[in-house]
Design a binder for this molecule. Structure first.
Ligand code: SF4
Ligand code: SF4
Ligand code: SF4
Length: 246
């Protein structure tokens, strides 16, 4: 019996699910040989609420989503957070700096009274999450790696060192040398430092590495004459964890 896999979207842009569809032909065949996908709103109309592995995309931003996620947790043997919104709260957490009434009014204007919202939070603030596929959106190969490991009953082997390691291996010039800022020193690797390689900096979409060396990160800021506040302002898109530098 192949494990039954379901994908669920909560609050997010659904880019993680779209990215999951970016698998190449061989990968799709491999995957479909290994699992039965029984619930995936973006690609199929059939749905089956009997599943083993649930992928959760998006953060939790309404009371009704709490109840829905709890029900999914009751059904699934394994729950996997898919993408930055589900893993760390993601972009939606920007609204947590506002009063919730104010946030609703900014988005919905005079229709705000028809909507409800709560501070955005990651999936593991509501239920136990067994595994994480990180990034905004995640690297597709990592999603495949996680599914393959779960099918084999293994723990997925996800990098637990900073983005700086992959950045150096890619031969990039550090953006601090160019007067910019970067969260690479404390962010979990696994993306091959793609943003730096593409001419930008790391915003930290993969979340914190375990035991981040915040002292070293602060030393880097000091060396380049930057304050934590300056960095936070520029990098607050995933600021659920820039707080650790305070
Ligand atoms: S993690 Fe990024 S790509 Fe995925 S749903 Fe959230 S905003 Fe969209
Ligand atoms: S701080 Fe950023 S740019 Fe510099 S090495 Fe680390 S990841 Fe690369
Ligand atoms: S470089 Fe940073 S922001 Fe870019 S994908 Fe990697 S972790 Fe995310």
């Amino acid at each position: 019996m192949k494990p039954k896999v379901a994908f669920f979207d909560f609050t997010g842009c659904e880019g993680c699910q779209l990215d999951a569809l970016n698998l190449d032909g061989d990968e799709v065949v491999d995957l479909l040989n290994a699992v039965d996908i029984v619930n995936f709103r973006e690609v199929m109309t059939e749905r089956d609420d009997n599943y083993d592995i649930a992928f959760i995309e998006g953060s939790i931003t309404r009371d009704s989503e709490i109840t829905r996620l709890q029900k999914i947790r009751e059904q699934a043997k394994i729950v996997v957070a898919l993408g930055a919104c589900a893993c760390i709260g993601g972009i939606n957490c920007l609204k947590n700096h506002l009063d919730m009434e104010q946030a609703l009014e900014i988005v919905y204007g005079k229709d705000a009274k028809y909507y409800d919202t709560i501070p955005a939070r990651p999936a593991d603030a509501v239920v136990k999450v067994d595994h994480y596929v990180r990034g905004c959106p995640p690297v597709t190969s990592e999603l495949v790696k996680v599914i393959k490991a779960l099918v084999q009953g293994k723990n997925p082997n996800i990098p637990n060192y900073p983005v700086c390691v992959e950045c150096k291996m890619a031969g990039n010039v550090c953006v601090f040398e160019q007067g910019k800022t970067c969260l690479g020193p404390i962010t979990r690797a696994g993306c091959n430092a793609i943003c730096v390689t593409s001419g930008r900096h790391c915003w930290g979409c993969r979340g914190l590495v375990d035991d981040p060396n915040t002292d070293s990160a602060k030393d880097i800021l000091k060396k380049y004459g930057l304050s934590v506040e300056q960095v936070m302002e520029k990098l607050k898109i995933y600021d659920t964890f820039v707080e650790v530098l305070k």
